[in-house]
Ligand binder design. Structure first.
Ligand code: PBG
Length: 329
């Protein structure tokens, strides 16, 4: 890169009108880049606000179908489902996770029937179904890897059978992607995509999400034996490499904004589709500041998402998706 000296070079020239600024703009944020995570609950025609995520509610399936319709009409390509499971259904063995008629699988079928054009992404991890709030099966206080992978594969197959287009393993067990890919191929689900939560950090930014899915009060200990240390960057590259080799179609970095360096490294080093998850804590911070009038909410929302595109991401999971889609329309 070379730059001339003043006054041959004046950076202000190309900033002097909206037309010129549009011409030299390097990145674009589009509705095509968005995946909208929503929370679902049991019941009919009802919703429950999530206190730590103003503007976000847990929706009953009929309302989730309406939300999917609205999202598709706004041009949002994908919606991602997270279930709030009644405590009575949570166990140590997590069997509800692969029940063909669990909340997520019923919602997937209902959405695919009513709004076939939207891609449905589902979450693969045991935490909503686990009495101790962990993503894997716990034996004598240890989150056991290989037995958890077996459970996660059953969950993946049940979700694919229900019609999910994209599976999102967020559990961070070793070997899950390869095991799921082999099982999907064997079951005839060769077109079901895996968007692996490859670089998922052990983060305090997930706090409001755990409220939303009802896992906060239950979690015993922390997730440090499977989620990543926020101090690590090379390890993220190794995890992404591993997951791509095992059959992930797309990979994710999570959280988003505090890990933009990881997003940039991942998209530069692999050239595979990298997604960022602007997680619940990021959403809550922006919403809280905006609702208090401390920052300009709509502008911060777009600026925070543009950062992911600048860092090379293919797309972003964001609770702001419908708001952004409307702002971009
Ligand atoms: C759980 C899962 C989490 C999120 C997505 N899937 C939380 C966790 O790992 O504890 C977080 C999403 C968010 O904070 O918005 N497997």
């Amino acid at each position: 890169m070379s730059i001339g000296s003043f006054p041959a070079t004046r950076f202000r020239r190309a900033k002097s009108s909206p037309a010129l600024r549009r011409l030299v703009r390097e990145t674009a944020l589009s509705t095509d880049d968005l995946i909208w995570p929503i929370f679902i609950r049991a019941g009919d025609d009802d919703e429950t606000p999530v206190p730590s995520m103003p503007g976000v509610s847990r929706l009953t399936i009929d309302r989730a179908v309406k939300a999917a319709r609205d999202a598709a009409d706004l041009g949002i390509p994908a919606i991602c489902l997270f279930p709030y499971i009644d405590t009575a259904l949570k166990t140590e063995t997590c069997d509800e996770a692969w029940s063909p008629d669990n909340l997520t699988n019923r919602a997937t079928r209902a959405i695919k029937a009513a709004v076939p054009e939207i891609a449905v992404m589902t979450d693969i991890a045991l935490d909503p179904y686990n009495i101790n709030g962990h993503d894997g099966i716990v034996r004598d206080g240890v989150i056991v890897n290989d037995e958890s992978v077996e459970a996660l594969v059953k969950m993946a197959l049940a979700q694919a059978d229900a019609g999910a287009d994209i599976l999102g393993p967020s559990d961070m067990m070793d070997g899950r992607i390869g095991a799921m890919r082999a099982a999907l191929e064997a079951a005839g689900h060769s077109n079901v995509c895996i968007l692996s939560y490859a670089a998922k950090y052990a983060s305090a930014f997930y706090g409001p999400f755990r409220d939303a899915v009802g896992a906060s009060g239950l979690l015993t200990g922390d997730k440090n034996t499977y989620q990543m240390d926020p101090a690590n960057s090379d390890e993220a590259m190794r995890l992404i490499d591993r997951d791509l080799r095992e059959g992930a179609d797309m990979v994710m970095v999570k959280p988003g904004m505090p890990y933009l360096d990881i997003c940039q490294r991942a998209s530069t080093e692999f050239g595979a589709p990298v997604f960022a998850y602007q997680v619940s804590g990021e959403y809550a911070m922006i919403r809280a500041a905006a609702d208090n009038g401390w920052v300009d909410g709509p502008r911060i929302m777009v600026e925070s998402l543009m950062a992911f595109k600048r860092a090379g991401c293919a797309g972003i999971l964001t609770y702001f998706a419908p708001d952004v889609a409307r702002a971009l329309a």
